[in-house]
Design a protein around this ligand. Structure first.
Ligand code: OAD
Length: 234
């Protein structure tokens, strides 16, 4: 089967082999930090220093980690496919872009950007952000991480549902299937069309039974093989 329009949903598992912590595995971020203390608008209102520190720590890690074979395989797929290949990522790291992927939608935001709550401007950001850091545009001290917190609407949802409607294969990589709306994308794909659906994950996800095909193991091992198979047929 030839694929001309591929949509890939990625989660924390794709960056695990790069040394970026996932959320819900043993040693995951939600074991050492409480979601309600660092990843909600209420948390930021209550303790902005703690929340900035959490994202400053994660942003500071970015230059110390490298894209792995799974990121590189997806970049090759986009480069060599005779068609369209879009990554929808829940990840806030920049490893897809650094591997060479160009068509990447960050539905949960990006560590390498910051947003001003006063003037709404968005800025590329590599350094720590403090509560007193002035906005480069309006100079007010009203910056927040450009991250979607629990209780907030993910970004680009209209574009994403358009992609889910039109794809001919949907591949989910390294996500536990616990967080909506992303966890519901496979059902949307099945409801909206006839696309093939593939799960690539270390272990069966919460939604594993919804996929037509499942490949369980490390993304860094499985994705280069899957990409080879797709490109061979292309
Ligand atoms: P999770 O930590 O919930 O799930 C990561 C998944 O990756 C698990 O199912 C692991 O088994 C799998 N995994 C681990 N290592 C892997 C590897 N080497 N290869 C393949 N799979 C591997 O992370 P997400 O599903 O991405 O949201 O979490 C979704 C959202 O929940 C995140 O975007 C974040 C979090 O709370 C917000 O902060 C809004």
């Amino acid at each position: 089967m030839q694929y001309r329009n591929i949509v890939i949903l990625t989660g924390a598992g794709i960056s695990a082999e790069s040394g970026v912590a996932t959320f819900r595995d043993n040693g995951g971020l939600w074991e050492s930090h409480r979601i309600e203390e660092v990843a909600t608008p209420e948390a930021f209102a209550a303790d902005p220093i703690l929340v900035h520190n959490f994202y400053n720590m994660r942003r500071a890690q970015l230059p110390t980690v490298q894209p792995n074979d799974a990121h590189k395989a997806l970049a090759r797929l986009e480069r060599e496919l005779n068609g369209k290949c879009t990554i929808i990522t829940q990840n806030v790291d920049n490893l897809h872009e650094r591997a060479g992927s160009e068509s990447v939608i960050h539905m949960h935001g990006e560590l390498s950007k910051i947003r001003c709550e006063a003037c709404k401007s968005i800025h590329l950001w590599e350094i720590d952000c403090l509560t007193e850091t002035p906005c480069p545009n309006c100079e007010q001290a009203a910056l927040r991480p450009h991250i979607v917190w629990f209780g907030e609407m993910p970004f680009y949802m209209d574009d994403i549902y358009g992609l889910l409607r039109s794809c001919d294969v949907f591949i989910s990589v390294g996500t536990s299937g616990n967080v909506y709306p992303a966890a519901g994308f496979v059902s949307e794909v099945r409801r909206l069309g006839n696309a093939h659906t593939v799960e690539v994950n270390l272990e069966p996800s919460e939604g594993t039974s919804l996929f037509a095909e499942c490949r369980h193991g490390k993304a860094g091992d499985l994705l280069p093989k899957l990409v080879d198979e797709i490109l061979r047929l292309n």
